[in-house]
Unconditional design. Structure first.
Length: 252
């Protein structure tokens, strides 16, 4: 059975989807069977891998029981990476899920029939600590936490870690933090240097050595339906994600 990673942070715009897409692409191209599950109703991971936002069936149909996870898996723009797209109805899932008894375990149960097919499953979580994120954390073995190297990004970390501890204690005792990933980093600024120093001082070995820089190519890639590792494999952003994928595999 493979390892399930949730890419989670309740703050938006910190690089969760970019990390899920690019780490998934790197691991898949290294020869590991990899599935990316788009748990975010915004469906950015779906679109970023060249799959239409209105693709059906998607995760919504899987959670509602209208389709199996095997039926919903699609091939995206990266030939070696399989994708379970979000689906149009996923936005309503945050309202519908809490009405289902034991909803926290629903995603884990729905993915169980296909989990043995993959060595890595990556769950791209929404920018909130709502029902979809909780369900993803219950389904996961490990969590990667992207942290933008700006002041406000630090403020939400305590709340996220409290949520992770609660999920671990009450719902998923096997859940661990694989690492914190510094993203959108500009090492030329004092702010970027200060935030990196603070995060590494407080969380030590939990912080990945790899830092994802601010890079134009990373921002361009989704508009082409590609990860940056395909859009411009020689860019600084692509090279950083190649290194991160190696770190993730080494910690597995």
């Amino acid at each position: 059975m493979g390892t399930v990673y949730a890419i989670a942070n309740q703050k938006g715009g910190v690089g969760k989807t970019t990390t899920a897409v690019n780490v998934g692409a790197c691991i898949a191209e290294a020869g590991y069977a990899t599935l990316l599950v788009d748990v975010d109703p915004q469906a950015n991971a779906t679109v970023g891998l060249g799959i239409p936002r209105d693709q059906r069936p998607g995760l919504y149909e899987v959670l509602s029981g209208e389709a199996s996870s095997a039926e919903a898996i699609r091939q995206g723009s990266v030939p070696t990476l399989q994708v379970l797209p979000a689906g149009e109805g996923l936005a309503g899932a945050n309202l519908e899920l809490p009405r289902i008894e034991g909803f926290e375990r629903l995603l884990r149960e729905r993915l169980a029939p296909v989990r043995d097919r993959f060595e890595y499953v990556l769950l791209d979580c929404p920018p909130s600590l709502g029902p979809l994120t909780v369900s993803a954390l219950v389904a996961a073995d490990r969590v990667i936490v992207p942290v933008q190297t700006e002041y406000f990004a630090l403020e939400g970390l305590a709340g996220l870690l409290d949520t992770l501890a609660l999920v671990q204690r009450e719902l998923n005792p096997r859940l661990t933090v694989s690492g914190m990933l510094l993203t959108m980093h500009d090492g030329r600024t004092r702010l970027g240097q200060d935030v990196e120093r603070e995060v590494r001082a407080h969380f030590s070995d939990l912080v990945f050595a790899t830092v994802i820089p601010r890079n134009v190519r990373i921002g361009e890639a989704p508009s082409h339906g590609l990860p940056v590792t395909h859009h411009d494999p020689n860019s600084a952003g692509a090279e950083a994600y190649f290194e991160l994928a190696k770190e993730v595999a080494a910690r597995d």
